[in-house]
Design a protein. Structure first.
Length: 390
């Protein structure tokens, strides 16, 4: 999963000797390591190396062996005690060997030891600031005797292009999400609450092998608001909106679906049709080498013209701050589809969306995921062309 060549190429291009990840997302991206709770964990890539060095709580080092991760040196911190049993397997022996490996009393001390021994003084280190206080950053700069630069741009550059295996996980993640929406939406009934539907949806995600992610489910007018599932009950004629995602083996999904319950509504269905065709138009504009600002302008123009042609005033004046975003380990990766100019590249996986929120009526969202290849765009999910009546 780890794109070693890309990491080393970016280190060379940015002229840094090492890059250190401190956030859970970027530690996972650069090492494959995921741990329980949220203590401080760091992953460090040194130029010329083919695997990361890990700085971990002493009680987490066993996960390197359990999850069969490739790693260089391990620097642990804190106390966590194992006792040796009888007839240990090789795996169990390796776990014991890592216990108290290069141990320090705290995370910053362990990181400084790793820098001193594996990078050296006077070098340039790109350091992610997330999960570090200002004082900790100053201690690292002073204690390492290295030039410290920001790593955020490096991780953004790395993560926006997905490998084949990453695309496979993203495709599985969104397939599970679609399946859970289909399953749960088929079980709606009058009087059930948004929370009731949330439980059915999330339970299905887990049954299909994913971890629930963000979940916005709204009924009726509440679907136009920040629809965290509530005790609002479903009534005939209501909009049923899902804006949801999950995580499959560390990779996220983010799609939206909008239904009507029991009764059709010609005006809502017309708005849905404009927005769905607007999303299709946007997808047709996305290709390798395209500019995000051009995609944004042309999609907005299409929706406004269709809104005006069909007499839908709000859509004829449609406004939106973005029309989509990259996705990967996090729900939001670069780039955003906005008026800012960014180039679409092969290997990007993106969420494409033109959402509409009408207070007092409801929200209408259609959102699909796509992957950009050298020659075409492949849809990873498929919103229905016509609004479905549940």
């Amino acid at each position: 999963m780890i794109q070693v060549e890309r990491i080393q190429n970016v280190l060379s291009e940015k002229e840094v000797d090492a890059v250190i990840a401190t956030s859970a997302e970027n530690v996972f991206y650069t090492s494959g390591f995921r741990g329980p709770l949220e203590p401080k964990r760091y992953s460090m890539w040194v130029e010329g190396q083919d695997c990361p060095d890990m700085i971990l709580p002493n009680g987490d080092t066993d996960l390197l062996i359990t999850n069969q991760l490739e790693f260089g040196e391990v620097y642990s911190y804190g106390d966590y005690y194992y006792y040796e049993g009888h007839d240990l397997s090789n795996r169990e022996k390796e776990i014991l060997e890592l216990n108290f490996k290069n141990n320090s009393s705290d995370a910053i001390g362990a990181l400084l030891d790793a820098i001193a021994n594996l990078v050296g003084q006077g070098k340039t280190i790109a350091l992610e600031s997330r999960n570090l206080t200002g004082e900790e950053t100053r201690l690292i700069e002073k204690g390492s005797k290295c030039k410290i630069t920001a790593a955020e741009g490096i991780f953004s550059e790395l993560r926006k292009i997905k490998s084949k295996k990453e695309v496979e996980r993203l495709e599985k993640s969104v397939a599970i999400t679609e399946a859970a929406i289909e399953y749960s939406s088929g079980r709606v009934k009058p009087g059930m609450t948004e929370k009731d539907l949330e439980k059915i949806y999330k339970k299905r995600l887990i049954e299909l092998g994913a971890e629930p992610g963000f979940c916005l489910i709204g009924f009726g007018p509440h679907s136009a608001e920040s629809c965290i599932p509530s005790e609002i009950a479903l009534k005939d004629g209501d909009i049923v909106l899902y804006d949801v995602g999950c995580s499959y083996k560390g990779y996220a999904s983010d799609i939206a679906r909008t239904f009507l319950f029991e009764y059709s509504d010609s005006e809502i269905e017309m708005k849905y049709d404009i927005l769905k065709k607007g999303m299709d138009k946007e997808i047709s504009l996305i290709k390798k080498g395209a500019c995000t600002s051009d995609i944004f302008r042309e999609t907005m123009r299409y929706i406004r013209e269709e809104g005006a042609r069909r007499g839908i005033k709000n859509l004829s004046e449609f406004k939106r701050h973005h029309l989509g975003h990259g996705i990967g380990i996090s729900t939001y990766d670069d780039p955003l589809i906005t008026l800012e100019k960014n180039e679409i590249e092969s290997g990007m996986v993106m969420c494409v969306e033109p959402p509409y929120y009408e207070i007092g009526v409801g929200g209408i969202q259609v959102e699909d995921e796509i992957v950009v290849t050298e020659k075409k765009v492949k849809r990873l999910s498929h919103a229905p062309d016509d609004m479905i009546i549940l």
